[in-house]
Design a protein around this ligand. Sequence first.
Ligand code: HEC
Ligand code: HEC
Ligand code: HEC
Length: 113
Amino acid sequence: MRKLITSGILLTAGLFIFSCFEGGVLNRDLVFKNKNGDVVFSHVYHVKVKKQRCSFCHPKLFKKKFGMDKFSMEDVWQGKYCGACHNGTKAFDAKNPKNCSRCHKQTEKGEGK
Ligand code: HEC
Ligand code: HEC
Ligand code: HEC
């Protein structure tokens, strides 16, 4: 009975981990809360759709723990963190005012939170 419970727990834990990392990719989005409009980062989109490699971002640009890297918009504009790609070469330019809203999702009122 004890054995059964233990294997049940292990199985549940295994399924849980598996469901978070579908095919090795984190399938829940990371949300950077922001007054200027929250920024949603999708691993599935970057890795599966846009074919970006884990090793390009980890550990050079980002730690593998949400909220560990403290960075500002200025850092991104200087080519660090997201700005290593979002510079108009590898991906759309974060400095272009037309692109702010592609990352910063505004509330219905259109004025951020
Ligand atoms: C385009 C860049 C990018 C790529 C490619 C990428 N990641 Fe990440 N990853 C991030 C960012 C950004 C964070 C959040 C870091 C922070 O907040 O400090 C993160 C966080 C994580 C976390 C922690 C999640 C949490 O909730 O704490 C794990 C695990 C992770 N990545 C695994 C991977 C794996 C595995 C791959 C390849 C399949 C991968 N990442 C590819 C950018 C990337
Ligand atoms: C590639 C995605 C991306 C684009 C494009 C982008 N931002 Fe950001 N922005 C972020 C991220 C990520 C943060 C940091 C969030 C955090 O760490 O909490 C941020 C933070 C900010 C902040 C908060 C204060 C600060 O300096 O950190 C402001 C203000 C800001 N962005 C303004 C802008 C403006 C204006 C534009 C367009 C010219 C823009 N952003 C375009 C991703 C982006
Ligand atoms: C390894 C390169 C790389 C890094 C680092 C990176 N991105 Fe991206 N990102 C891309 C590519 C490539 C695209 C798709 C190409 C394009 O649309 O210009 C993309 C697209 C996006 C989109 C989709 C926007 C839309 O309207 O289609 C968002 C949102 C985004 N990135 C946010 C972020 C944020 C936030 C960060 C930092 C936490 C980040 N990215 C870091 C490469 C990267």
